[in-house]
Design a protein around this ligand. Structure first.
Ligand SMILES: NC(=O)c1ccc[n+]([C@@H]2O[C@H](COP(=O)([O-])OP(=O)(O)OC[C@H]3O[C@@H](n4cnc5c(N)ncnc54)[C@H](O)[C@@H]3O)[C@@H](O)[C@H]2O)c1
Ligand SMILES: [Zn+2]
Length: 360
């Protein structure tokens, strides 16, 4: 950090009509990495602040954690004149946004994403949620952030596994919306995942702008456009569920899901062979921790995965919804129902692709 985003915090708040009374939410990692410097900066700039720290895990996106934090805020006399600054990955951003949306009937939220996934996806678009024991992200709001403060230099400490997980969403934007961006990512995959400048900043910026653009045009996901952000996700949600939301990062599931979705697009006659091959060649650059791909995808029976995809709670009318590609850079939501055999074939095509280099 220490870049203009943080240096100019007081001024930014002022121009956006935000008060200098801020609840700062961290997880234990982002507190350790960025907390001292950030809180000192807030003090120097005359902010009144109170800090909250949650365990760094998905389980923190829960009602019981939110309930505890409401209590801490009430005790600290936080009222409607305050705002909340969420400093961390998607877990902190989603929980922070949920608390801000509900506390005192809503206070402004400012997102300061520190993972690649949060910078390019979860901090943008205003969807905030907590999990329920019966499903992920089921209880939530649309609560758009007043500000999203993105500083790619804060990625320097992020573990490689998290970088690949975020990169899945970055690559997704190339697939669904922007062929030149796809080509850039293909060419500079190692530069971006190695966090080299100017590549990483370009990748983050472009992704954030594409997400923002899609969200602005279809905020409540009504006309199918926002749904294209779910490219690869129908397969991914099934895989994540089978992995008990623990053994596979969301982005890893999305990488596998995009491979299957590419095959499905091609097998149904929408995507030509050359585009399929270009897409697969980019996705083969992703790396998984040893054994993860084998245990969480290659060894899984395709019928079992299909069943798990059906049990994902986000389906409409018990139908699986697929986002497919017509071209690299052009996605659409398939409205009609497709036969299970096509889905099963796409899964086995994906397994065949990865087994040719399985021990990774
Ligand atoms: N709201 C949305 O639109 C949306 C979209 C996609 C995902 N999500 C949600 O996002 C969550 C996943 O987010 P995530 O992948 O960022 O995971 P995360 O928030 O769990 O962060 C991953 C890990 O990285 C650590 N970390 C964060 N910044 C770091 C840094 N700079 N250096 C080192 N370590 C750092 C965190 O402490 C954590 O251990 C899920 O709950 C998912 O449901 C929401
Ligand atoms: Zn995703």
């Amino acid at each position: 950090m220490g870049t203009p985003v943080i240096a100019g915090l007081g001024e930014l708040f002022k121009t956006h009509g935000l008060s200098k009374k801020t609840v700062v939410l961290f997880d234990e990692h982002t507190r350790r990495l960025f907390g001292d410097e950030l809180l000192k900066k807030l003090s120097d700039e005359g902010f009144q602040w109170t800090e909250l720290v949650i365990p760094a895990r998905e389980a923190s996106k829960s009602f019981s954690v939110a309930y505890r934090l409401y209590g801490r805020m009430i005790e600290a006399d936080v009222d409607r004149s305050w705002n909340l600054l969420a400093v961390g990955g998607g877990v902190v951003g989603d929980l922070g946004g949920f608390i801000a949306a509900s506390y005192f009937r809503g206070i402004p939220v400012i997102q300061l994403p520190t993972t690649l996934l949060a910078m390019t996806d979860s901090s943008i678009g205003g969807k905030v949620a907590i999990n329920h024991p019966l499903g992920k992200n089921l209880i939530g709001f649309f609560h758009s952030p007043e500000l999203v403060l993105i500083d790619p230099s804060s990625l320097a400490t992020l573990p490689k596994r998290e970088i690949y997980a975020g990169m899945a969403e970055v690559v997704k934007y190339g697939f669904i919306a922007d062929e030149p961006f796809f080509t850039f990512l293909d060419l500079h995959f190692a530069d971006v995942t190695g966090l080299k400048e100017p590549y990483i900043t370009k990748a983050v910026k472009k992704s954030a702008f594409i997400k923002d653009d899609v969200v602005k045009k279809d905020f409540r996901e009504t006309d199918g456009l926002r749904a294209t952000l779910n490219f690869g996700h129908t397969f991914a949600h099934g895989l994540e569920k089978l992995a008990e939301y623990r053994h596979l990062r969301h982005g890893e599931a999305v990488t596998i899901g995009m491979v299957c979705a590419l095959f499905l697009s091609h097998n149904l006659g929408y995507l030509d062979r050359e585009s399929l091959d270009r897409g697969l060649s980019l996705l083969r650059k992703f790396r998984f921790p040893k054994g993860v791909l084998k245990r969480r995808f290659l060894d899984i029976d395709s019928d079992l995965l299909l069943e798990s995809m059906f049990s994902d709670k986000k389906k409409l009318d018990k139908k699986l919804r697929f986002v497919l590609l017509k071209n690299l850079g052009e996605a659409f939501l398939l409205e009609e129902n497709i036969e299970d055999r096509h889905v099963l074939k796409a899964i086995s095509d994906g397994q065949a692709l990865f087994s040719s280099k399985s021990d990774r």
